[in-house]
Design a protein around this ligand. Sequence first.
Ligand code: TA6
Length: 360
Amino acid sequence: MTVPPSSADDRTRCASCGGPNACRIAAAGGDTAAGAGCWCRATEAESSALQRVPDELRDRVCLCRACLTTATPPLPDGVRWVLDPGGRPTVELRHGDRVARVATTGAQVLSFTVGDRDVLWTAGAPEYAPGRPVRGGIPVVFPWFGDHRDDPSQPAHGFARSQHWRCTDLGPGSDVTLTLEDDERTRARWPHAFRVDLRVALDEALTVALRVENRDRKPFRFEQALHTYFAVGNVHEASVHGLEGVPFVEHAKRPEASWDPNLPLHFRAETDRVFQSTPDRVQLVAPAMQRTVTLATRNAHSAIVWNPWPEKTARLSQMLPDDWRTFCCIESANVHDGALELAPGAVHELELRLSVADGA
Ligand code: TA6
């Protein structure tokens, strides 16, 4: 099971399986007169097949013959295909007053709203472009963290967040699995055979699981992070609890002059702290949002806490000058000395569960 076209106007691809579209109307660029009598208009589409076409795409793209005539299981309640603001295919999960949206580009969780408020943060000048991560939500960092150690031409934070991921499972509840496997392009950047699955499940909390499988004949070393951007309202009032006394390295160019590492972390200057041997529970207290977020993790032995402060914000894409005031990142990861070695055939899964409580 894969995904609708990579953009709202990609008529050359089937809006359900993403494969080549034999439709004459699609081939004629959507000109129904030129494609008059095309088979796709003659056949009553399987209603369940059309469910895979986001509402916004209905009657603008059609399905390939196989999908049009293949009865597909209906989508479970709480799952539907939509388009993000850039027209990119996105899965929407619903559970009560919770809604999460996951883009197929980069398997990026774009938002996680409780009631009408997003727990996650999005930059003030976001770009929803094909093959580009949006600044915000939960970008997936793989297979390296930060700049590539040897090759400055490689993308920071690896290539996974810029690739198109296939939808390999939808449901049975409000959950989706997106998958990325090696191909010649990834092997040109990172010479290993792998499969990565990102599973997002929504109930009262949001659970994100990042599963890495070594499909190579030799071991490989990799880094990973769920690079989560949190909306905090006012970063000066926010604090991070659970990392007191945990070993860390500060990477900020202009960090706070001095602070007590045995106290909860407050933001008083540029902060870019990489913690190792982290606990499996950390809390973000955001008084300005009247909200406390608990990050419960499995198999994440590193954590990065980041706020760029104004000087670095000015150098970052998609940011407005004052964006630094309203977010912080707490990233659930295995990076630097915490990088992982995976034997051939072995699998590793990092899991993050975000739960939200009112009050701070
Ligand atoms: O995780 C913190 C960090 O490495 C910062 O140093 C900053 O570079 C941030 O990631 C954002 O990176 P990006 O490539 O998404 O702009």
